[in-house]
Design a binder for this molecule. Structure first.
Ligand SMILES: [Zn+2]
Length: 274
């Protein structure tokens, strides 16, 4: 089919299906999809990922008189900071007028391999000479329903240390507002660290301009990374800490073992001090 003929048949609809709304995470990713026709007439669908973490893309193509090359996996995983990554190939059938459109959903991380190493022992995310209490624990009724997150009650400006090593992959630190309802979720300052098992840690409600590490930086457990604050959807100063992976369609959060600084390790409990 001549190029001008096939181009007239193209009908493309780009639609992000991502509607997951989560505390401590932007709900948009720096991701672009586009398509180009190759010299052999097939159509490649490509992605540019400007983020510092991999992005998984589930493509939902609708085609007429086209075949989808099965050698491309779906979901596709686009590496961090990568342009022109081909995620699919569509081949028009000879002698037919073909068309296609597609929707897609995108998820932070590599949904094909991400898991959580439950044997990993996390460090308490503050200096070794400090003690704080857990004002809200896993599945807490105030705002952690359905979420394995911890709230450490700590004053604004408390040094926050990495609970686990990894790569700094996302951060926001320009906000200076908070309130006790969801409308303030957009004002959350946060830091995300990607671990070597593909899970992420989120450190949330950080102080304005209180992040001490850069995107792409490798940090070790115990490194000073930020100062705590009271930004976003909060009822008072605290550090919200959650470990998660994304799987297609939802986010899974984890209860994690911590070094309790008394020679043992275990889960942290709401109302207890550590
Ligand atoms: Zn919380």
């Amino acid at each position: 089919m001549p190029l001008d003929m096939s181009m007239r048949c193209l009908c493309i609809l780009l639609l992000s299906l991502q509607t997951i709304h989560i505390v401590a995470q932007r709900n948009t990713m720096k991701l672009q999809l586009y398509n180009e026709q190759a010299s052999d007439g097939s159509v490649g669908i490509y992605a540019d990922n400007s983020e510092f973490y991999p992005i998984s893309i589930q493509l939902n193509p609708e085609t007429s008189h086209m075949d989808i090359d099965p050698t491309y996996s779906n979901p596709a995983v686009v590496p961090p900071r990568t342009e022109g990554y081909q995620i699919a190939r569509l081949v028009g059938r000879a002698g037919k007028s073909w068309k296609f459109n597609y929707a897609f959903a995108s998820f932070p991380g590599d949904v094909s391999t991400a898991h959580h190493d439950d044997s990993h022992i996390y460090q308490l995310p503050y200096a070794t000479d400090q003690i704080f209490w857990i004002s809200q624990g896993y599945q807490g009724v105030l705002s952690h329903q359905g979420e394995n997150a911890l709230d450490f009650d700590m004053p604004i400006g408390t040094p926050v240390h990495a609970a686990r090593g990894g790569v700094v992959v996302d951060l926001v630190e320009h906000h200076d507002r908070s309130c006790s309802d969801e409308s303030c979720n957009q004002f959350n300052n946060f830091l995300h660290i990607l671990h070597d098992d593909g899970s992420f840690a989120a450190y949330a409600h950080l102080q304005k301009d209180g992040i001490l590490v850069d995107l792409g930086e490798v940090v070790a457990a115990g490194d000073l990374i930020a100062y705590s604050g009271n930004t976003g959807w909060t009822t008072g100063p605290h550090l919200h800490f959650v470990v998660f992976i994304t799987i297609v369609g939802r986010r899974e959060t984890f209860q994690t073992q911590f070094d309790l600084r008394n020679g043992s390790s275990g889960l942290l409990r709401e109302g207890s001090e550590y």
